[in-house]
Design a protein around this ligand. Structure first.
Ligand SMILES: N[C@@H](CCC(=O)N[C@@H](CS)C(=O)NCC(=O)O)C(=O)O
Length: 235
């Protein structure tokens, strides 16, 4: 039974650049669920956030209001909760397909972790290692996409949570390509088509603030890392 958002308000505690927040925003938008968003600073976390967040990470979904509100943490768990309580399913109905999709959501998280290691790598050897690992992950994803019938989405013609989780992954690649000349999905046509479709999906395009591109660029360029150096040189 879907929750009544008026009776049970939802609040997404967020950060302007966080890719894990974006997946929740995309799911909420696709499901047309009203919610309130609160952006916090992660370099100076508010005390109320430290109290609420067991892992000290965004996103958090607060369900309800005031002292009775429940807190859900971990983006994949938030997606599952929204799936179980809100309309417009984004998981396949078939249990086997659903389990496979959960696996690919985990794969998206692994690629995000790899992207964070890539932009933080302080020496060339570490950068090259992370670059190769990410490329190999995208090749594996390409092989998976090649098996599907139809497109442009992960599961063919239906937009699912796997799409919601890869939109934020590919957003990083847009900056890496445009500014740092870094091409992680070159020669992978299925991913290329998927990226184009995701970039023009309103829920994906609208999941970030208009200042996102500039802020991401500034944040990564400030890093004492190989990629930070490249971005500073390109500025
Ligand atoms: N596994 C978590 C990852 C969330 C995460 O890493 N959030 C980052 C921002 S994108 C964060 O809050 N970092 C703050 C910190 O680690 O202190 C999820 O899926 O929700």
């Amino acid at each position: 039974m879907p929750l009544d958002p008026v009776a049970v308000p939802l609040t997404l505690v967020s950060h302007i650049l966080c890719p894990y927040v974006q997946r929740a925003v995309i799911a909420l938008t696709e499901k047309a669920v009203p919610y309130r968003r609160i952006d916090i600073s992660l370099s100076d976390k508010p005390e109320w956030f430290n109290v609420l967040s067991p892992l000290g990470k965004v996103p958090l979904l607060q369900v309800g209001a005031g002292t009775d509100a429940a807190v859900i943490f971990e983006s994949a768990v938030i997606l599952e909760y929204l799936e179980e309580t809100q309309p417009n399913p984004l998981h396949p109905a078939d249990p086997l397909a659903r389990a496979r999709h959960r696996g690919w959501i985990e794969f998206a998280s692994a690629q995000l972790a790899g992207i964070a290691r890539l932009y933080s790598a302080a020496d060339q050897a570490g950068f090259d290692r992370e670059h190769a690992a990410l490329q190999s992950g995208f090749q594996r994803l390409e092989a998976e996409l090649a098996k599907r019938t139809g497109g442009p989405w992960f599961a063919g013609n239906v937009f699912t949570l796997v799409d919601a989780t890869f939109g934020p992954v590919f957003r990083y690649l847009d900056l890496f390509e445009a500014v740092a000349g870094l091409h992680l999905t070159l020669g992978l046509p299925h991913i290329a088509g998927w990226r184009t479709a995701l970039a023009s999906r309103p829920s994906v395009a609208g999941a970030v603030d208009p200042a996102y591109g500039r802020l991401l660029h500034e944040t990564l360029a400030a890093k004492d890392s190989i990629l930070g150096q490249r971005l500073r040189q390109a500025a």
